[in-house]
Design a protein around this ligand. Structure first.
Ligand SMILES: [Zn+2]
Length: 199
């Protein structure tokens, strides 16, 4: 199991190539102590700009059919190619979380949903994301396939393909949803939850 390394910039190794220069003046950023800040940060020696690097919010839904099945998509892009996940994506700067949940679900599944409740909020430090999962009622549309989603299909609560779920946060969200709607069913073994890539 590969653990993410936090390198010289205090941020994950995979993120470092993206934050090398000041976005204001183009000077190379430096990592170190800054007056008034409680931790070392990336900042610009040229203009003083402090470059804050924070996790991003990924907004997802568990779209539920009238008969209580959950719609999952078989991913057409990495990470997690050909594995199953719920629809979702990054929150855009000009939309609310609820609007993002509706938009991402429509884009990836062709389904119109109405978010009902938040199933959970999941930190994934390795991917620098926080994932919110809504339980959502399907109110229209027809399942589609796209280059991002090879297949969209419903799974009954006792048929969830745990070993083929792409992401750790997806397993956690599905597990928390299942524990509420079907407490009689067995939950996935905790040792099977970990994934070494993606969210
Ligand atoms: Zn600068």
């Amino acid at each position: 199991m590969s653990e993410v390394r936090f390198g010289q910039g205090g941020i994950p190794d995979w993120l470092e190539p993206n934050v090398r220069f000041c976005s204001r003046c183009g000077t190379a950023l430096q990592f170190g102590p800054i007056a008034g800040e409680e931790r070392d940060r990336l900042s610009c020696p040229g203009c003083g700009f402090i470059f804050y690097v924070n996790p991003r919010l990924v907004v997802t839904t568990l779209p539920i059919t009238e008969s209580g099945e959950v719609m999952l998509i078989r991913r057409g892009i990495p990470p997690g190619y050909n594995m199953w996940a719920q629809p979702g994506g990054f929150l855009e700067i000009d939309e609310t979380v609820r609007d993002a949940a509706i938009r991402e679900t429509l884009e990836e599944t062709g389904l119109y949903v109405e978010p009902v409740r938040i199933v959970g909020l999941y930190s994934r430090v390795q991917a620098a994301v926080v994932v919110v999962a809504y339980e959502a009622r399907i109110v229209g549309g027809q399942p589609i396939t796209t280059y991002e989603s090879l297949e969209t299909r419903p799974y009954a609560p006792d048929q969830i393909p745990w070993s083929e779920i792409a992401f750790e946060t997806s397993v956690r969200a599905l597990r928390d949803w299942l524990a509420r709607v079907r407490p009689d069913l067995p939950l996935p073994d905790p040792s099977t939850i970990r994934r070494n890539f993606g969210a």
